[in-house]
Design a protein around this ligand. Structure first.
Ligand SMILES: CC(C)(COP(=O)(O)OP(=O)(O)OC[C@H]1O[C@@H](n2cnc3c(N)ncnc32)[C@H](O)[C@@H]1OP(=O)(O)O)[C@@H](O)C(=O)NCCC(=O)NCCSC(=O)C[C@H](O)C(=O)O
Ligand SMILES: [Mg+2]
Length: 284
């Protein structure tokens, strides 16, 4: 599937050390999985987790879900070994935590070769260097790390995420400028569906492709929030039809529901329909 329209509505973290969760993921309607060797795995489990994960990926069964392995940073005792192991795993990309500059990605690429790279965006330095990081030739996507960012910024968690907005915005601009995928941070209160719905809706409004998740109970909310709604699909179809009609008569502007529809709106409308088709294709 064309990576530009491939859905990333739900991106679930799975601790690489937990065979039960690794198994469970095969049954969940997630668009992508982040197999985690970093924060979800205790120090005591680090080396075993690498082997457990390699075996699970070798066994397979994850279907069309995008498989991304999050390694430990190179400033830890496990980072380099993780990268070497990930380079040989059956996965679609390697995710590096706390990326602060393109040089961090260069160091990873020296080990992982042609493997697509993903960057955790979760440090103030990373936010300031987001444009240079996004321009890295091997980078396929960015993942917001809002817990680490909050820690570094010494912000409080707020429902409106106002203290995060500068960082989220910088990363969004950088990712969009380079045509990368960008997924929003996690919502920690995994039993609070209403809070997750609100934050997912905000992330969708901002332009994120999807949300990272920590528990299976969060999947349906994210899938709904980041999919085009029936109303959006219906409007997109009517906008395209109305524009084609005026275009045939030599005009450049249609009006639907009292709002103008120009060529650029038709591009967005077609993207909405393509996204809906892609979701239907992977759900079939
Ligand atoms: C939060 C949890 C510790 C809760 O675990 P648990 O108590 O086992 O939950 P449940 O009993 O409700 O689980 C029900 C079943 O679901 C499976 N399960 C649970 N979590 C996952 C998962 N993430 N993926 C797949 N499957 C999962 C359980 O195995 C149960 O299965 P079964 O028994 O067969 O029915 C736990 O959810 C968890 O560990 N979540 C992941 C936490 C994590 O990944 N943290 C790191 C990522 S967040 C982060 O680092 C963000 C970033 O870096 C930043 O800075 O913001
Ligand atoms: Mg983090």
């Amino acid at each position: 599937m064309d990576p530009r329209i491939r859905p990333y509505r739900s991106v679930l973290y799975i601790p690489g050390s937990k065979p039960r969760a690794l198994e469970k993921a095969k049954t969940l309607p997630v668009d992508a999985v982040i197999f985690d060797l970093e924060d979800a795995v205790s120090v005591e489990e680090k080396d075993n987790a690498r082997d457990t994960l390699a075996a699970a990926l070798k066994e397979g069964g994850y279907g069309g879900r995008v498989k991304i392995v999050r390694i430990n940073g190179f400033d830890t005792p496990w980072g380099k070994d993780d990268a070497k192991a990930a380079a040989t795993m059956d996965c679609d990309g390697v995710l590096l935590p706390k990326v602060s500059s393109p040089a961090d990605l260069d160091a990873l690429a020296e080990i992982t070769g042609d493997m697509p790279l993903w960057a955790m965006m979760e440090t103030p330095r990373g936010m300031l260097n987001a444009a240079e990081i996004a321009a890295h030739p091997k980078l396929q996507g960015m993942v917001m790390g809002t817990n680490d960012l909050a820690k570094e910024l010494q912000t409080r968690f707020r429902a409106d995420r106002l203290p995060m907005m500068a960082g989220l915005g910088l990363c969004l601009l950088a990712a969009k400028a380079e045509g990368l995928i960008i997924v929003d941070g996690v919502y920690n209160a995994f039993k609070d569906d209403d809070g997750l719905r609100l934050e997912s809706s905000q992330g969708r409004d901002m332009g994120f492709d999807g949300k990272t998740l920590i528990h299976p109970a969060q999947v349906d909310v994210a899938n709904e929030a980041f999919a085009p709604s029936e109303d959006e699909i219906d409007l997109a179809r009517r906008q395209i039809a109305a524009f084609e009609e005026v275009e045939a008569s030599g005009q450049g502007v249609a009006v639907v529901e009292g709002k103008i529809v120009e060529n650029l709106h038709v591009v967005t409308a077609r993207e909405i329909l393509a996204k809906a088709d892609a979701i239907a294709a992977i759900s079939a």
